[in-house]
Structure formats: structure tokens, C-alpha cells
Design a protein around this ligand. Structure first.
Ligand SMILES: C[S@@+](CC[C@H](N)C(=O)[O-])C[C@H]1O[C@@H](n2cnc3c(N)ncnc32)[C@H](O)[C@@H]1O
Length: 179
């Protein structure tokens, strides 16, 4: 998919919601390109409107399912950083099949990431956090990196701010593609 008109890897925000994180990143790093993935049309429109208002040239939003996008829309090695922030954890056991992170997604994710590409994940849901760690480790395709708070510019998402306001803990993990 040639969305930015040049082959350099770009950053992806999966389930970008209202775009608080995506737009701040795009404004902070004008030299990088950012793609938001979101299935709700109203949210896609809202993010695009705000990006236009802020005259951000380096951000795009696609209305599409995250897993379909990762599997079918990308040239191998397209993504420099994949942000998967505060997703719906699908907490009920019978709904676990709806979680994005599954064993079958691991090679897809590995292929989509560029060399030294990173996968960054945050959640307020401890069990989904453990689920993601288990799946990543079991795949053998990624190494975990340290991620201290404020180690680099990384704005809180709208959902993170909301959940922290309710006193919830946010778990985070950062991985790099193994070569
Ligand atoms: C809990 S919200 C988090 C939004 C944002 N990342 C944040 O932290 O503020 C999850 C978002 O992902 C979107 N979403 C959920 N499942 C999706 C999927 N399979 N494909 C694309 N977007 C999805 C939802 O519509 C929603 O906007």
C-alpha cells in the first residue's frame, strides 16, 4: 500500500480512537509519518478534521480492521513502530478469540515491522497484559526492551488519561523485532 508516496517505514497507531496520541506524535515529529487505524467512521472523520485544522502533513487515517490491515495491506518491513494502546481487552473467556493478539498474528507482526521495528503496548487490563507477554514470548520473534516512564516523548492516550483519572494502573511493554 503506497499511502505516503515513498517507501520509508512509518509509525502506526492501531485503534487510534479520537486521535489524541496520533496527532500529538505527528506534531512533535514532523519528519516522521503516522498512520492511524480505526474502524469507527465518526472517529476517523474527527481525526482527519483535526489533522487538517492543525495543518499536519504527516498523518493519515484508514478506516479498516486492524488485523486485516496488518495481514493484507502492508509491504513487508513497512512499519518502524507499531503502537497498540489501551485496546479493548475482551475480558470474557468466550470473547478471547476477538483479541487482536493471537499466535497466528505473531508472524504477521514480525513481517510487517522493519528491521529494528518496535511494538509498543499499553493496557489497564492485567490479564490481557499477561496474555500479550505470553504470546510474544512464545513466538520467539521479538525481544523485550526496557521502557521507563518518560524515557522518550510518548504522550498519554485519551483512554490512558481517563483510566488513570479513575485510579487504574497502566501496564506497558515494548518489544523489538528479532532479526
Ligand atoms: C479503547 S479505544 C482506545 C483508543 C485509543 N487508542 C486510546 O487509547 O485513547 C479502542 C479503539 O480501537 C478501535 N477498534 C477496536 N477494535 C478495532 C479493530 N479491530 N480494528 C480497528 N479499530 C478497532 C475502537 O473503535 C476504539 O476507537
Amino acid at each position: 500500500m503506497d499511502i505516503f508516496g515513498s517507501p520509508e517505514p512509518f509509525e502506526v497507531d492501531l485503534g487510534c480512537g479520537d486521535g489524541g496520541f496520533l496527532l500529538q506524535m505527528a506534531a512533535h515529529f514532523p519528519e516522521r509519518r503516522f498512520l492511524g487505524i480505526e474502524r469507527l467512521l465518526g472517529r476517523v472523520r474527527g481525526v482527519c478534521t483535526q489533522a487538517e485544522k492543525e495543518e499536519l502533513q504527516n498523518v493519515r487515517v484508514l478506516r479498516i480492521e486492524s488485523s486485516y490491515f496488518l495481514e493484507w495491506f502492508l509491504e513487508p518491513g513497512s512499519i518502524s513502530r507499531l503502537h497498540y494502546l489501551c485496546p479493548d481487552p475482551w475480558p470474557k473467556t468466550r470473547h478471547h478469540k476477538n483479541r487482536l493478539i493471537q499466535d497466528s498474528l505473531m508472524p504477521v507482526l514480525h513481517t510487517a515491522l522493519a528491521n529494528e521495528g518496535e511494538f509498543l503496548f499499553k493496557t489497564d487490563h492485567e490479564e490481557y497484559y499477561e496474555w500479550v507477554l505470553d504470546h510474544i514470548e512464545r513466538s520467539g520473534l521479538f525481544s523485550r526492551l526496557s521502557w521507563e516512564e518518560d524515557a522518550f516523548f510518548y504522550p498519554k492516550t485519551d483512554f490512558q488519561l481517563h483510566w488513570e483519572g479513575m485510579g487504574k494502573t497502566i501496564y506497558r511493554a515494548r518489544f523489538v523485532k528479532k532479526m
